[in-house]
Design a protein around this ligand. Structure first.
Ligand SMILES: Nc1ncnc2c1ncn2[C@@H]1O[C@H](COP(=O)(O)OP(=O)(O)OP(=O)(O)O)[C@@H](O)[C@H]1O
Ligand SMILES: [Mg+2]
Length: 234
């Protein structure tokens, strides 16, 4: 992700920096970065992490599988850290055991822990998240969880977790909106496209905007009717 040219994200980066300051002052934080698919959650978090050079960054992601790996994002983290956390995950430990090892690991160094795509989280991951969220203030970590809020149907288990954490101390939520017409115009500079139409068709979703612009830039072969295709590859 080309993070240096993110448009209209200054206030969200500032909010993440403020959370980081709180963590460095001794009070852990859990920040959920939410928004529709392709709105720029990952780009925002990567940009923040690449600036947060004074903290260790550990990252794990959930997978779009019908049978997700149990504890998938924590297994990613454990592959990085090794130690007791890795041993516990290798032997399918219970969520509270994983939480204890994770908490110890987070206490070793000031850490940004990124948990990506929680809308795909398995149940064990959600249990760890729930336990971690309740105690995050004492954890000395900045935990950042991302998820697509347009994919949370009414009975989605992540909704329950979010509800349970809504009033927990140190937990907050950043909603990332699509880009404005001005930002879309800036992205379309040097492209021969109708900006108003581009904005109307993409609703300012940066993933769609960049896809359409890439397609519009490709000289040939250009099949008729595909120029502004908004079909999203699955
Ligand atoms: N603020 C921005 N300014 C310009 N381009 C952006 C911005 N945010 C994202 N993009 C572009 O949009 C693409 C999609 O962004 P990103 O992958 O971060 O979305 P996402 O919200 O994480 O999507 P998903 O829900 O699929 O994980 C990026 O590759 C980047 O090129
Ligand atoms: Mg993403």
């Amino acid at each position: 992700v080309g993070a240096s040219w993110l448009l209209e994200r200054e206030s969200f980066l500032a909010a993440l920096c403020e959370a980081q300051r709180q963590v460095q002052g001794g009070s852990g934080r859990l920040v959920f970065v939410v928004g529709e698919a392709g709105v720029g959650k990952t780009a925002l978090v990567r940009r923040f992490c690449s600036d947060a050079t004074d903290m260790r960054v550990l990252e794990g992601a959930c997978d779009a599988l019908f049978t997700p790996r149990p504890l998938a994002p924590f297994a990613d983290v454990a592959a990085e850290t090794g130690g007791p956390l890795a041993e516990l995950i290798a032997r399918d430990a219970r969520p509270h055991e994983v939480l204890a090892a994770l908490t110890d690991e987070l206490h070793r160094r000031q850490t940004v822990l990124v948990l990506e795509d929680l809308h795909w989280a398995d149940e064990a991951t959600l249990d760890v998240l729930r336990l971690l969220g309740r105690r995050v203030k004492a954890s000395s970590a900045l935990v950042i969880g991302t998820f697509r809020d347009d994919e949370l149907h009414a009975a989605h288990p992540l909704r329950l977790v979010m509800g349970g954490l809504a009033a927990a101390p140190g937990v907050e939520r950043i909603s990332v909106p699509p880009l404005t017409l001005d930002a879309v115009r800036e992205l379309a500079t040097a492209h021969d496209v109708d900006v108003e139409e581009l904005f109307a068709r993409t609703r300012g979703n940066p993933f769609f905007v960049t896809e359409v612009l890439a397609e519009a830039t490709r000289p040939f072969p250009r099949r008729s009717g595909t120029r502004c295709s908004l079909a999203r590859p699955v």
